[in-house]
Design a protein around this ligand. Structure first.
Ligand code: DX5
Ligand code: ZN
Length: 287
């Protein structure tokens, strides 16, 4: 089932990831774990309006992690509210049975923790067969050697900068060295003809540390409590424009401009809000 258009379009300037004039992409992915669940549709529309590149969707199962959150039904419910991709972070074990369900529910990116899957290569293939982009998530103590035989099959590497399970934790500083390591691996991979791989970081990302995190090599930044805990003043409309702009500006300031620029590899919004059509066809082959 290939539901998505794969062709990467240029991102509009100043929104959904592009930083005007910087020449580098900054993608902010607000985690709805910290949103008001009673107003989820409104919350995701607000973050899209504020320039979010992705909706980060944290799935916890009270087994792989000691918390329980949201599943495919909630993904399906928010899908019509936004055009930006939904970035589903599976903190579940086992993984595979949920992949078709999330693909059907409108997920665009599905990431999972490799130690939670018996057959990592098979799980990655399953995600792509269902028309989604695929990523591996590495916990703070999970070694990067999981990338040795998978990098050519990944669209995203997600480095956890907290132990998964809860929002609002403190950023673990050792993640910076790990980011530099993975950044280098991805740059070498790209320079030798490999496909684009986004480098996302998740946990404790704030306006006062995002520049250092960007400098270490991340290009995609999950931020939960930092975004949803800092709404605009009611007289300013109560959205998230202020904090999202500060996060983008700070991240762009930290970005290394000496890095080789790579071709635009942004996502095409796949959900057409006007028609409700989520059944696009893949227009190019996947690796
Ligand atoms: C943690 C989740 C994160 C978390 C981020 O297990 O994967 O996405 O919600 O929240 P903050 O930004 O508050 O650390
Ligand atoms: Zn997450």
């Amino acid at each position: 089932m290939n539901r998505h258009v794969w062709n990467p379009p240029a991102a509009p300037e100043g929104a959904h990831g592009a930083t005007p004039g910087s020449g580098v992409d900054v993608r902010i992915a607000p985690s709805i774990l910290s949103a008001d669940f009673a107003r989820l549709g409104e919350e995701v529309r607000a973050i899209e309006a504020a320039g979010a590149a992705l909706v980060h969707f944290d799935v916890m199962d009270n087994h792989y992690v000691p918390n329980l959150t949201i599943g495919p039904l909630v993904c399906e419910a928010i899908r019509p509210h936004v055009s930006i991709p939904i970035d589903v972070h599976l903190m579940v074990e086992p993984v595979d049975a949920l992949i078709p369900m999330f693909a059907k529910a409108g997920a665009d990116i599905i990431t999972f923790h490799p130690e939670a899957s018996r057959h990592v290569d098979r799980t990655l293939a399953l995600i792509r067969e269902h028309g989604c982009k695929a990523g591996l998530v590495l916990n703070p103590a999970t070694p990067t050697h999981w990338l040795d035989h998978t990098l050519d099959k990944l669209d995203m590497v997600l480095l956890m900068s907290v132990n998964p399970g809860f929002g609002g934790q403190r950023f673990i500083p050792g993640t910076l060295a790990k980011l530099r390591d993975v950044r280098e691996r991805i740059d070498v991979h790209r320079a030798t003809g490999g496909q684009p791989v986004w480098l996302e970081v998740d946990g404790g990302v704030k306006t006062d540390n995002i520049a250092a995190i960007a400098r270490a090599g991340a290009d995609t930044f999950v931020a939960g409590s930092a975004v949803f805990g800092a709404p605009d003043a009611p007289e300013a409309g109560g959205g998230y424009h202020g904090v999202m702009q500060r996060l983008r500006d700070q991240a762009a300031a930290g970005m290394r401009h000496d890095r080789p620029q790579i071709p635009e590899d942004d996502f095409k919004p796949i959900y057409d809000k006007t028609t409700g059509d989520a059944s696009c066809h893949s227009t190019s082959a996947r690796p």
